[in-house]
Design a protein around this ligand. Structure first.
Ligand SMILES: [Zn+2]
Length: 255
């Protein structure tokens, strides 16, 4: 049971991956083309702002075997380290106050409605949610949320938490600007990152273990990261490995 997911962002000023590879919607199309070739479905979480910025490109994604979920409107608006610190200190998470979160979630969900999509799944950008987020999502008819790491999916207060149990690509692999020699002195700590090949080995081992123990593998692999890493070469290898197993979208999951 494989649940492959990816996060897709609207334009972020000065973001290093976007500077190299451009639109994340373009990278998503390439990602979905590879999945189509191997007959695999997935769930992509998009910023609500993508609908305003690249309406046609978002519509194009719907031609593939993909479920679209929400990923905040635009990664918390104007964020900086001080605001992030204050939000964590006061509200316990970067996403901010309940009032801000509600506005943001409503706006995101309503944007998807403009293309006739009633989204059922959600991942908060940077996993930066709290219990208030989950309550708001539930009240907005979201059924699946994937902000937590853990062994198995579980249900709590009418939400199904699709817990990830494999390290994600962008926080684990040493590539581009996260390589020690290219490290931006203002960026966060990158100690302990591993090569893309080592990450793929961990992914394979964990998927095999999960299959043996009937545990769903919830995997996060970002389209833009795969594009920047090596123009989807490694991604295609991952997909070839995953196609041995049954792949599903979140909306198909049942407790
Ligand atoms: Zn994100």
């Amino acid at each position: 049971m494989i649940y492959l997911t990816g996060d897709v962002h609207s334009k972020i000023q000065g973001h290093w991956e976007q500077k190299i590879a451009g639109s994340e919607l373009d990278a998503s199309k390439e990602y979905l083309e590879i999945l189509k070739k191997y007959k695999i479905s997935c769930t992509l979480f998009l910023n609500g702002k993508c609908i305003e910025e690249e309406y046609e490109k978002v519509r194009e994604l719907l031609n593939y075997n993909v479920e679209i979920g929400g990923h905040t409107y635009n990664n918390f608006g104007k964020m900086n380290p001080v605001k992030g610190y204050i939000n964590r200190k006061i509200f316990g998470c970067v996403y901010g106050s309940e009032r801000y979160q509600k506005k943001d979630i409503d706006k995101t969900i309503n944007n998807f409605k403009k293309i006739n999509l009633n989204i059922k799944s959600w991942r908060t950008h940077a996993f930066a949610s709290n219990d208030k987020t989950f309550k708001i999502l539930k009240n907005n008819e979201i059924k699946y949320v994937s902000d937590l790491f853990g062994e198995r999916p579980f249900e709590k207060e009418e939400l199904i938490h699709m817990t990830m149990n494999i390290p994600d690509d962008v926080d684990t692999i040493s590539y581009g600007q996260t390589k020690p020699e290219n490290k931006n002195p203002f960026a966060s700590c990158v100690k302990g990152r591993i090569s893309a090949e080592e990450w793929f080995e961990i992914l394979k081992k964990r998927v095999i273990y999960n299959e043996k123990n009937k545990i769903p593998s919830v995997i996060l692999i970002h389209p833009i990261t795969m594009k920047v890493l090596d123009n989807f070469k490694l991604f295609e290898e991952v997909v070839k490995f995953l196609k041995k197993y049954k792949c599903y979208k979140f909306e198909e999951f049942k407790i």
